[in-house]
Design a protein around this ligand. Structure first.
Ligand SMILES: C[S@@+](CC[C@H](N)C(=O)[O-])C[C@H]1O[C@@H](n2cnc3c(N)ncnc32)[C@H](O)[C@@H]1O
Length: 391
């Protein structure tokens, strides 16, 4: 066969392949839109099931981003929602307005549909966490929490630590810390979080502890603006030991400039928590009464690893643990799934969690923090306080 003949044959192969792909995608589009229409027209469940069995794709989304699951929620058919989930519907697909099917259920005040989808999300994320712990599973479209592939300074610790930070004051005189990201600056720690931090040390973590009057042993991971550490220092009975783990050179310099290295009882461990977690330098304190962590640039997988070290770090059943519960906080469903996921994972590590709702989205603060609050757009912050389960 000549080279020329060969290229004619391969050209024909390519166009045959293209024709097959076109045919397949047209078929799938027809099946997908047929399924969505059948759901919206409230055809009997058996008809819908037959369409799914004959290959109608549950992942299909029409021009408006509507999926079969969105459609089932629009017609408020909980039985169908369950069927589609059991058949593999994508629980976290968003339409063109960025609404998941569960968001639609919330807006319709349909608790049953919402809970079915939320629980599917929790199951899916739990499974992915398990698989990811056992293998080198990479991110999948249905995982939003377990693996975060953001390698910018906002999502990667390495990039974050080598980025420049700017400590400044905003127009209202509040101290803020900004991180340079390409042409933009992102808030690493913003004043609005004070509302959350203020709530933590006195009431939840410190005052009710039986060692409070003799000075608690406190561990904080991630100094940031030092809001939480300042609160820990300002309680009526200051900590006997106050360990702060912080890796960023600009933050460490800021701590130096503000006298943190000279405070009584304060020990600064320069590095990441991963560098110290099994070290004598940290474990030598012999168990902490209060532990808090908020590392900004790490994903849930890292937080989950930190949870696993808590039994070694906590002094006993009276010790308390809290963390900045901010992952998934741009969407009510994702935040709910993430909150449940962390509760289940903490339970595996032997901790019970009490949750308190803190209002952070008053109209005034909404305008006040504008773009800098884009990573937490919900009106309610769910504050966790964990205790070791007593045996
Ligand atoms: C959002 S700020 C913490 C804010 C703090 N809770 C406050 O009250 O101001 C996050 C901090 O975590 C630090 N950080 C990031 N990765 C870390 C890691 N692996 N170990 C310890 N600290 C880390 C950052 O340098 C930053 O100072």
């Amino acid at each position: 066969m000549s080279t020329q003949e060969g290229s004619v044959d391969s050209d024909r192969d390519i166009s045959l392949d293209e024709a097959t792909v076109d045919f397949d995608s047209e078929l799938l589009t027809n099946l997908g839109s047929g399924l969505i229409n059948a759901i919206l027209e409230q055809e009997p469940t058996e008809v819908i099931k037959a369409l799914v069995d004959s290959g109608a794709p549950l992942w299909y989304q029409d021009e408006e981003g509507l999926s079969p699951l969105h459609a089932a929620v629009y017609v408020e058919d909980a039985e169908l929602v369950k069927l589609l989930i059991d058949e593999g519907a994508v629980w976290n697909a968003v339409d063109n307005l960025q609404n998941t099917a569960a968001d639609i259920a919330l807006s319709l005040n349909n608790q049953e549909c919402y809970t079915l989808i939320r629980d599917a999300g929790i199951r899916s994320e739990l499974l992915l966490a398990l698989l990811s712990a056992r293998s080198t599973l990479s991110s999948t479209p249905s995982s939003f929490v377990i693996r975060d592939t953001d390698d910018s300074a906002a999502g990667s610790t390495d990039a974050f630590i080598s980025s420049k930070l700017r400590f400044t004051k905003d127009e209202f005189g509040q101290e803020i810390c900004l991180l340079k990201l390409k042409d933009d600056e992102v808030g690493v720690m913003m004043g609005w979080e004070r509302e959350i931090s203020e709530f933590i040390p006195d009431t939840r973590l410190c005052e009710s502890h039986s060692n409070y009057s003799q000075g608690l042993k406190i561990l904080n991971v991630g100094f940031g603006l030092g809001i939480i550490d300042t609160f820990f220092q300002s309680v009526a009975h200051p900590p006997s030991h106050h360990v702060i783990i912080e890796p960023h050179p600009d933050v460490l310099q800021h701590m130096r400039d503000n006298g943190w290295y000279n405070k009584t009882g304060v020990k600064i461990l320069e590095g990441r928590w991963q560098d110290f977690i099994e070290s004598e330098e940290l474990l030598g304190f012999g168990g902490f009464d209060v532990i808090y962590t908020d590392t900004f640039s790490e994903n849930y997988e890292e937080l989950r690893k930190f949870f696993g070290h808590l039994p070694d770090l906590m002094d006993g059943p009276e010790s308390r643990f809290s963390f900045f519960n901010g992952l998934g906080a741009t969407n009510a469903l994702f935040y709910d799934v993430y909150t449940h996921l962390s509760e289940l994972h903490l339970a595996e590590d032997g901790l019970d969690v009490d949750w308190s709702d803190v209002e952070v989205g008053t109209d005034e603060s909404e305008n006040r923090w504008g773009k800098t609050r884009e990573y937490f757009t919900l009106p309610i912050y769910r504050l966790p306080v964990g205790h070791m389960k007593s045996i």
